[in-house]
Design a binder for this molecule. Structure first.
Ligand code: SF4
Ligand code: MG
Length: 322
C-alpha cells in the first residue's frame, strides 16, 4: 500500500520476575494492534497511562523488539532487521520524547546536538553543516546563536523545539511523538503543536502522535486510535471520533474533556477504578470490568474490530454496522 508506516498484529509481551509481593508473569503491553500511517498524516494514539501506547511507540521505533507482528517503513519490513541494518533506515523514523531535558545531552551544545544526526545520516557535506544547523534552528523558531549554548540555558518549550530540530535534521518521513507536549504549559503546548503542524505542511512529515490528552490530540490529528490494555478499541477520522464516539471507553474519555461551548457539554461517564494490570488482563472484552454497558457475553467473548462505516472501526459487542 501507499502507507509510509504500517503495523500488523503487533504484540509486545515481556516477562516480569517474581517481586516482593508479586508472582512472576507476563505483561501484555501490546496485544495485537494494526496501524497504518499515510504520508503527511497525523494519527493520534490515545488512552490512559498504562494502556500500552508508549510500549507500542517504542516497539515501532525498534527501541525494543516486538514479540510478534510485522512493522513496515516505506513498505520495507523493519521488525526483523538487526540494529546495524536498521541504523540507516532510522533516518526516516525519528522520535520526539516527552522530556527533552533527559533526551538532550547536557554536555553538548545545541549545535553539536544537531550536528550529530547531520553527520550520522550524511544529510549535508561537512562544509554545509553550520548553515543547515542555523536553518533547522530557524525552522523551529530559535535564533542561530542558540547553537553555541547548552540545553539547560533554555526553557522547557525551547528545549522541546531543540528536540524537534534534532528529529527534523535527518529529513524523516515519520516522527513518533511520545507525549511530546505533555510536560509543557498549555500556552506553550499550543505553540509546539502549531510548530509540528507547520512542519508537516511544509515537509509532508507523518506523525504518530501518542498522548493521553484528548484535547491536544483533537487539534493535531487527522485520525485517532484509542488503546485500552494493549488493544485498539476504536479508530476513526478525527471528526467522527470526537462527534460520535462508538466505544464506551472512548465515550468515557471524551466525557471528561471540557468543551468550550457550554451548551454542548457531554454527560460525564465516570470510569470505575483504575486500568487493570496488564499482567493479568480481564478475559473477553478487556474493558468489561469498568464498562457501564457490559453484558454477560463481554466477560467471555473478545469483541472483534468491526468496520461500522468507512474510516470508523470499533471493537464492542454492542456496536454493529448500520
Ligand atoms: Fe462494554 Fe461489552 Fe462493549 Fe466491552 S464489549 S465495551 S464490555 S459493552
Ligand atoms: Mg506512557
Amino acid at each position: 500500500g501507499p502507507e509510509v508506516l504500517s503495523v500488523q498484529d503487533l504484540v509486545k509481551h515481556y516477562p516480569v520476575r517474581r517481586g516482593l509481593f508479586a508472582a512472576p508473569g507476563t505483561v501484555h503491553a501490546v496485544d495485537g494492534i494494526d496501524l497504518r500511517l499515510m504520508p503527511g498524516e497525523t494519527l493520534g494514539l490515545v488512552g490512559e497511562s498504562g494502556c500500552g501506547k508508549s510500549s507500542a511507540g517504542k516497539t515501532i521505533l525498534g527501541l525494543t523488539p516486538p514479540t510478534s507482528g510485522v512493522i513496515r517503513l516505506n513498505g520495507r519490513r523493519i521488525d526483523t532487521l538487526s540494529r546495524g541494518s536498521m541504523r540507516p533506515l532510522r533516518k526516516d523514523l525519528q522520535v520526539v520524547f516527552q522530556d527533552p531535558f533527559s533526551s538532550l545531552n547536557p554536555r553538548m551544545t545545541v549545535g553539536d546536538i544537531l550536528a550529530e544526526p547531520l553527520r550520522n545520516f550524511d544529510v549535508v557535506p561537512a562544509s554545509g553543516r553550520d548553515g543547515r544547523i542555523a536553518e533547522l534552528l530557524d525552522r523551529v523558531g530559535l535564533p542561530a546563536a542558540a547553537a553555541g549554548r547548552y540545553p539547560y540555558e533554555f526553557s522547557g518549550g525551547q528545549r522541546q523545539r531543540i528536540g524537534i530540530a534534532r528529529a527534523l535534521a535527518p529529513e524523516p518521513k515519520v516522527i513518533v511523538c511520545d507525549e511530546s507536549v505533555s510536560a509543557l504549559d498549555v500556552s506553550v503546548q499550543a505553540q509546539v503543536i502549531n510548530l509540528l503542524m507547520d512542519l508537516q505542511r511544509d515537509f509532508g512529515i507523518s506523525y504518530l502522535f501518542i498522548a493521553h490528552d484528548l484535547a491536544v490530540v483533537e487539534h493535531i490529528s487527522h485520525r485517532v486510535a484509542v488503546m485500552y490494555l494493549g488493544r485498539i478499541v476504536e479508530i476513526a477520522d478525527k471528526a467522527a471520533l470526537y462527534a460520535r464516539p462508538q466505544h464506551p471507553y472512548t465515550e468515557a474519555l471524551l466525557s471528561a474533556v471540557p468543551r468550550p461551548e457550554p451548551g454542548r457539554a457531554r454527560t460525564r461517564i465516570p470510569l470505575k477504578g483504575d486500568v487493570p494490570s496488564p499482567l493479568n488482563p480481564p478475559s473477553g472484552c478487556r474493558f468489561h470490568t469498568r464498562c457501564p454497558l457490559a453484558i454477560d457475553r463481554c466477560r467471555t467473548e473478545v469483541p472483534a474490530m468491526t468496520k461500522l462505516r468507512p474510516g470508523h472501526s470499533v471493537a464492542c459487542h454492542l456496536r454493529t454496522p448500520d
